[in-house]
Write a new protein. Structure first.
Length: 222
């Protein structure tokens, strides 16, 4: 990352106003030292991914705990993908299964509701109210005694300021285009089955993502 920022040059770096990243410590350290003037925020979808993974971990633990109770285990059968969706998007028979799960006492249902509750954070426009909501949610999670969810809550508390920056930079940053380029870069890398050197990979990425014209072949194929 330092090499990439250095290639941009100081004039470009000084003009950067917003930075969006995940919570990898290496990224946080580089942004803190090289882009001090920028508003650094944690990607919303990165937080959502951690919460979804925590809910799925709780589900797996409940499944293992109910091995000796086949009837109770049916409540969690084929529920993985349902639990990864917002409640408003779960319809029909899937919604019925979800409601039965939430009406029980399994930790999976409680973890799902905690995940659903945090989704309201992203709708706030006031940093003050968003911060108050976050503190209340963290306390609620800690009282739940659900270890995977508590782990995520502690992580959110540690990076509270950077997550609140998402609210501060509301409507200023859109990561859709970047995610599209990242996906294309992954496809190019997989298609090559690995590059022997970084310069070759860099050249192919520039050529593909920049939609550069392909050179004429030196030999015609008949």
């Amino acid at each position: 990352m330092r090499k990439g920022l250095a290639a941009l040059g100081e004039p470009v770096l000084n003009g950067i106003q917003y930075v969006c990243s995940d919570m990898w410590k290496a990224y946080l350290n580089v942004v803190k030292t090289r882009l001090k003037q920028a508003c650094h925020m944690i990607d919303r979808f990165h937080i959502t991914q951690h919460l979804n993974e925590a809910v799925d971990e709780v589900r797996r633990k409940d499944v293992l705990a109910m091995t000796a109770h086949p009837r109770a285990k049916q409540k969690l059968k084929k529920m993985r993908w349902i639990l990864l969706r917002r409640k408003t998007r779960v319809l029909g028979k899937a919604r019925e299964k979800l409601n039965r799960l939430l009406s029980g006492r399994l930790q999976t249902g409680r973890a799902y509701l905690l995940n659903e509750a945090f989704r309201h954070f992203w709708d706030y426009r006031s940093v003050t109210w968003a911060g108050a909501f976050m503190r209340a949610w963290i306390q609620r999670v800690k009282r739940s005694r659900i270890a995977p969810m508590i782990k995520v809550a502690n992580m959110i508390a540690t990076h509270k300021g950077l997550i609140l920056n998402w609210i501060r930079a509301r409507r200023e940053v859109f990561t859709g285009a970047t995610e599209g380029l990242n996906n294309k870069a992954r496809v190019v890398t997989r298609r090559s089955y690995g590059f022997r050197t970084f310069p070759v990979m860099e050249l192919v990425l520039y050529h593909t993502l920049g939609k550069l014209p392909e050179p004429k072949a030196t030999h015609k194929l008949w």
